[in-house]
Each structure stands twice: as C-alpha cells, then as structure tokens.
Design a protein around this ligand. Sequence first.
Ligand code: IVH
Length: 705
Amino acid sequence: MVQKAVNLLTEAEAREELARLAQAISAANTAYHTLDAPQISDADYDALKLRNAAIEARFPALKRADSPTDQVGGAVAEGFGKVAHRLRMLSLENAFAAEDITDFDDRLRKFLGHLGALDYTAEPKIDGLSLSLRYESGVLVQAATRGDGEVGENVTENARTIADIPHRLTGAPTVLEVRGEVYMAHADFAALNARQSASGDKTFANPRNAAAGSLRQLDARITAARPLRFFAYSWGELSAPLAATQFEAIQRLKALGFQTNPLTILCSGPKEMLAHYLGIEAQRATLGYDIDGVVYKVNDLALQARLGFRSSSPRWAIAHKFPAELAWTELLGIDIQVGRTGALSPVARLRPVTVGGVVVSNATLHNEDYIAGRDSRGQPIRGGKDIRVGDWVQVYRAGDVIPKLADVDLSRRKDGAQPYVFPDRCPECGSPAHREEGDSVRRCTGGLICPAQAVERLKHFVSRGAFDIEGLGAKQVEMFFNDPTLPVRTPADIFTLAARDAANPLQKLKNREGFGDISAAKLFAAIEARRTIPLDRLIFSLGLRHVGEVAASLLARHYSTWDAFEAALANASPGSPDWAELTSINGVGEVMAQSLVDAFQNQGERQAIDALVAQLTVQPVQARGTVDSPVAGLTVVFTGTLEKMTRAEAKARAEALGAKVAGSVSARTDLLVAGPGAGSKARDAERLGVRMIDEDAWLRLIGTA
Ligand code: IVH
C-alpha cells in the first residue's frame, strides 16, 4: 500500500491517522487474542504498530490516551525501562515461492537500473527474538529488545548474562549498535523444559517462547540460569562504517568476538540464492536450533543506501520463508458471505484442527473458480481437483494468518459427493449475482437494496478511518438498520436520527434497552460532531470499489473541494478532459476512475450521496506538502530517458522530498523533468506553459548534483 511518509504528514493528518491506527490495531488485537480469529498477518500488524509509533515519535503531543504503543501485544512490558531505538529495528518482507525471489531481484535491478547480476548475502532466518546491543568506546552500555521497532525494553542486565554477548570489544567504532537474534538451541530447550516440569514450573511451547520468556525476566539471575545464545546479523547506529559490503561487515562483527551464522554465504543472482535456500532447508532438522527461512540482503552497502526503506522493512532484503504448516481436516460446509461491494465470498467451515499451534475452524475459498479447481485464467490448480462438502482438505497457514486450503484427498471423497454449485443469486437479498468479464468474483447486483451490502456499507461508513462516530459501531449499525421506528438504512439517515427521535413522542432512544439519557445524548453529540468532515474522509467513507484510504487522500488532495470533485466525476467519461485529469493523478488508474464515475453517474447511488452531502459541511483538503525542500508540494512529471537513475528511484526520491509525482501533464503540473526522447508530454507542457527542466537541473534543484 502506498502511504505518505511520516515526515510528510501534517498535524491534522497525523491526528487522523493515529485514530485510524488505534482502531485497526485494537481490532487486530481483539481478533487475535479474544476471538482467536486473526484478520491480518503478523507483518501487517507489525507495520501498523511501527507506523503508529513513528507518527507518535514525530508528534508526541498527539499521542492518544488509548495509544496502541501502551497496550499489550508486542508493546513494551511493564517493569522494564523503555529504550527509544536511535535507528528503527525493522522487519522483513516475506516471500514464499521461488518466483518471489526472482521478482525481488528483478525489482531491485530495475530500481537501480542495474544491468548485471546483483550480489546478495544469504543466511538462515533464526527463529528467536531480536536484540540491539549498544557499545560505546568498546563497552556494552545497553541492550534493548525490538519492542514495536521504535521503542524496546531495556534488558541490559539480562543480556550481560548471555555467554555469546561480549561485554567489551577491542578495535570497534566508538559507537556500535550490533543487532541479532537471541535463541535457544533444541537440546538446551529440552533440558530446560525437563527441569521446569521436574520443579513443577510451567514448560514452554517452543524454543522461541522459551528464549523470549528467559530474556524478559525482571530478575536477571533467572536469565543467567537459562541457556540463551546470540547470532549477530545486522547493526544500528555506527560512528564509522564497518565495511563496504554486508558480507565483510558480518566478518568484521565475527572478528570483534560475536557469533555469526556459519551458513552465511555470498550469492550472485537468484539461481545461487535459491540453491543455498534448498541447501539450508535440507539441513534444517539437524542444525540444532529453529530457523524459519533464509534471509537475502544486497551485499553492496552503497546500493543498500540507495534502495532505502519502505515503512517497516528495507527494500534491499527479503525473508524467504520455509513452507507453511499443514493439517488435514473435514470440510463441513461452505458459507457465502456478502461484502460491502456485493462480492460473494465462499468460506470453508472446517472440523476444528490445530495448524502450527492455532486452532483453525474456517478458511477462505476465494471464489467459485478456486472451488472448481481453476485459477483466474482458467488453468487447473490442485491438479484440477474441485472441492466438495464432506471432503478431506489440507489446511495451511502461511505468512498470511487467514488459513487457506492447499489440497483435497480424493481417496477419502464420500460416495455421492456432489460438485459445489456456486449460487447465482445473492443469499441475502435474492438478487441475481453476476460475474463481470475478467472478474473472478461474483457480485450481488442488489446494490443498496441488498441488506447485506447496505449494512456492510454503513459499517464501513462509521468505521474509524471513515466517519468514526463514537458510540455507533458495527453492533449499533445492525441494530438501527433493523429498527422499525428509528431506522438507519443509508448514511444520510444517521444525520437525521436526532431530529427523528425528537419528533417521535413514543419510544425515545433514551428509553430503549441499552440506552439511557446520557448515552443517547452522547450518541447524538458524536453524530453532530461529525457533521463537519474533511473531504478525504468523506470520499473514503463512501465505500466505493477500488477506492481505499490512500486513493481517497490522493483524490481529496488533487481536487481540494467537494464541489470540484463532484463536478469532475459527474462530467467525466473516457476520453473527456475530466477523465484525463482524473487518470493523470498518480495512483488513480482506469479501473478506479471507472468505479468512481459509475457511482457518481448511477441514479440510486447519486441520490444517496447527495442526501448525505446535504447534511454535511465538507472541509477542503490542503494540497501542499509540508516537507522543507525546494520541491515540496510540487506536482512533478518525469518523461524521456533518465540517465543518472531509474524512474522508480527518481520517483521515490521526489516523493521523499514532498513532491507529488504524476503520470501525465495537466494544467496542475508544476514541473516536467524531461530526458532525451521526451515526446508528447513535453509538447503538452509547452502548450500549457509548464516549467520544463532536464535531469541535471532536477538533480541540482534537489541538491544531489
Ligand atoms: S535482518 C534490516 N537477518 O526476522 C533487517 N533478521 O521477520 C533486519 N531475523 O526482526 C533484520 N534472522 O528478528 C535479519 N539473519 C537474519 C535474521 C533476522 C532472524 C528476524 C529479526 C527480524 C525478523 C523479521
């Protein structure tokens, strides 16, 4: 997902995003801890927490009372001091298939404009917990856990008890932060558990938990009695570089006295990386400690610096995970859920089974082709085997925590089992369910007459990223939706609720079960408070297909006011100037543009939108960035051949400096950077009087020439 860099956020945006993040993280915590039904992957969860912490670090005054940073679930435990990492401790992008690795290599070479093979280090991914060790003038002064990546726990005393961690270094840079993994070997883990059960203490589920539980002991004497080990694989703050390459830097750490993994090698290109992956996988069972994949890192540190970081992980590294854990169970039934955009999503109801330590009772079945044994291009998957109710199916959990089905055991298929017939009518409203050309999903055509779609849209409308009305959550939306006296069927109804309640002499809301004087008044006040709404939130809240939060923000920033936005969409059609402008917004493609235009030109949708907007005061959204750079807030277009860097790198740099990069020239373009071979865009710029410069002038402008 494209998101605005934290250093580019305005205070208002930061406040809104913190509210959104608090809600998303709390929902993920509930799904994971309370409902045992995780909704997002660990990596996505980490990314949310990291971003939240980064925004809080930049705007400490905006930190919320319910900040996720202060909550359990990866947050800093009570009892340990906090340590703000001077350089964030990042996570890694995950890959599962060999193609992901060739894609990764292609992507990097493209980004760098590198024609030859790139060199990478390849090393085991240790399944423990990461630790950052700070040495000043060769003395270990602090050890901190990762925590949320920004702030960790101060475990200095505990770390000093680990034999692999030197207390003093000779010949190290004055400031050296060494990062690596604390882990427990299999034999030590088995012996510890035997001791624990002999003394009646709790045993640990796996070596990773044992390592984490042992390091995070408030009494360091307990840690000292636990057999922890440490591999160094990375670094944080440095007063002087360790080396010119990743491989040499690791050798330097080894020379300083750290344990480094002996299976770390240099590879040239994906073929060698994949060969090493298979080699490590073959040794996995006999290594004596848990690993869960192989990590590849670009070897040349100057290239690492050019590649930089995404929000929570470096562009220059990737974790190639070993295949996920699997289990067989029985498919008890297939349910169809109807989503906000009418998509009919089949869900497998399974006889509960444990997969990798988690009980799984449902799994996604994606769409009807998937059930029938085909992919989106009609090619067979699972050897063309379809899935039938009553089948024995293999369940897996990969990096993604929503379980999936990997295989079907035809030898156990029951006699008379029938192929699954995907409904061609919506199970909720009975409207025909159609599949558009090229779409893998069947959708209910009922629109707002479909109660499932209408309710889901209302839930989206009141969610935190959208109108975020306190006291009006999913549960209350369901209640009001089905309420005969005070119904809320469309977003506009929310804003007439108080007036309708006042006009109703009987059955006032305050007299209903679950409400009282105060809660009813509070709800009306919360609704009133949202009558004034920023444009980006309003656009997102409409819940249109393909228009997520990022797109809503791009659109709002481009059009600034509701009137401009609404007029453009009402008039746009492929080929028209409004359409050209809409699709010139970087991040807005034809598919999204069509979805927007469809909604604004459909009578029913239009009525609902107009009725809503009539209730609101829509705040314009500022178009300018806030970064202090000569190009902040400018809309820039690149065209022709760039000779000093690739388009992707140029774009990433420009955006990091607060510029907006657009795909085509319009009257709103501030600057065209034209390399040799520039054609129609240069002519457009000339015609529109847009300033045009060459690549060298651009580099001088941004201060890197
Ligand atoms: S490098 C900037 N190398 O995996 C890159 N991480 O899923 C920092 N991990 O948080 C990480 N073995 O705790 C790296 N050889 C290895 C690793 C490794 C295990 C852990 C680390 C990280 C997590 C990301």
